[in-house]
Write a protein that binds this ligand. Structure first.
Ligand SMILES: CC(=O)[C@@H](O)[C@H](O)COP(=O)(O)O
Length: 255
């Protein structure tokens, strides 16, 4: 079981809801992934303007925990305002704090992320903080009291996979809250790798919504994640520089 704040989840895969070609594909991909947590950009919702498309038009949300994110915010103040909107619309079990500091890389602004997280924690939100793979920043966010840290595998939407496994494994080693690897996952092997490094879960969107067959990819991600988690628990062999025969030759009679 994955525990974040007061919530428990069987599935460790969190799925974004953006960029699907149609509502039916989105719904089927969500089902195939067996996710229990859906994330969405509050700014893309039609919460106050019903002329805008509804990203959940064909979804029954009752079986899911909702993780609105503050995408689009560039300051702590904006992120807090977006969180307030999600809460007012009763669509906020938890909040993903995402404050972007660079338009090209979409990497988070560490200072504003800390400020926004601090305010929302004081206000009683369950805060999951999207961060870069910076070990010290992840530690600082934990010290603040966030309920989970979400280091990026790679910049959002790139599908580059885990760029810095070294940093990620240090974040995991030092974590006393769940580590959810968020953004940049490209294929099921990346999901497996993140879990083999000891992550507690994964959040992804583009790799599924942009796949040729999003429904199949959602299922593949589920298995990739499960395989990585099992592999981590099983304890992998040490890597060796020299070959070692699989069948020991000691004690064999000479031919
Ligand atoms: C949906 C969401 O929260 C994204 O901002 C998230 O970071 C996913 O990134 P990818 O699309 O790279 O999986």
């Amino acid at each position: 079981m994955l525990r974040i704040g007061d919530y428990s989840f069987k599935s460790r895969l969190f799925l974004g809801t953006g960029k699907y070609k149609d509502a039916r594909t989105q719904k089927e991909a969500v089902q195939a992934s067996e996710t229990e947590v859906l994330t969405f950009a509050v700014r893309r919702m039609n919460l106050f303007d019903e002329s805008q498309p509804d990203p959940f038009e064909s979804m029954d949300l009752s079986g899911f925990r909702l993780l609105p994110n503050t995408a689009g915010a560039k300051t702590a103040e904006e992120a807090v305002r977006v969180a307030h909107i999600a809460a007012a619309a009763d669509m906020c079990d938890m909040i993903k704090v995402e404050v972007i500091g660079c338009d090209k890389t979409l990497l988070p602004d560490p200072v504003e992320t800390i400020k926004a997280s601090e305010t929302l924690l004081e206000e009683g939100y369950t805060v999951l903080a999207y961060t870069s793979d910076d070990v010290v920043l992840a530690r600082r966010l934990q010290d603040l009291g966030v309920h989970a840290v979400m280091p990026g595998a790679a910049p959002i939407g790139t599908g580059l996979g885990i760029i810095n496994p070294y940093n990620l494994s240090h974040i995991v080693e030092q974590a006393d809250v769940p580590v959810i690897v968020d953004a940049g996952i490209g294929s099921p092997k990346d999901a497996a790798q993140a879990m083999e490094l000891g992550a507690d879960g994964i959040l992804l969107n583009t790799a599924v919504s942009g796949a040729e067959d999003p429904v199949k990819m959602a299922e593949a991600m589920k298995y990739g994640l499960e395989a990585g988690k099992l592999g981590y628990e099983a304890g992998r062999i040490e890597k060796k520089y020299y070959a070692q025969a699989t069948s020991p030759t000691e004690g064999l009679s000479r031919l």
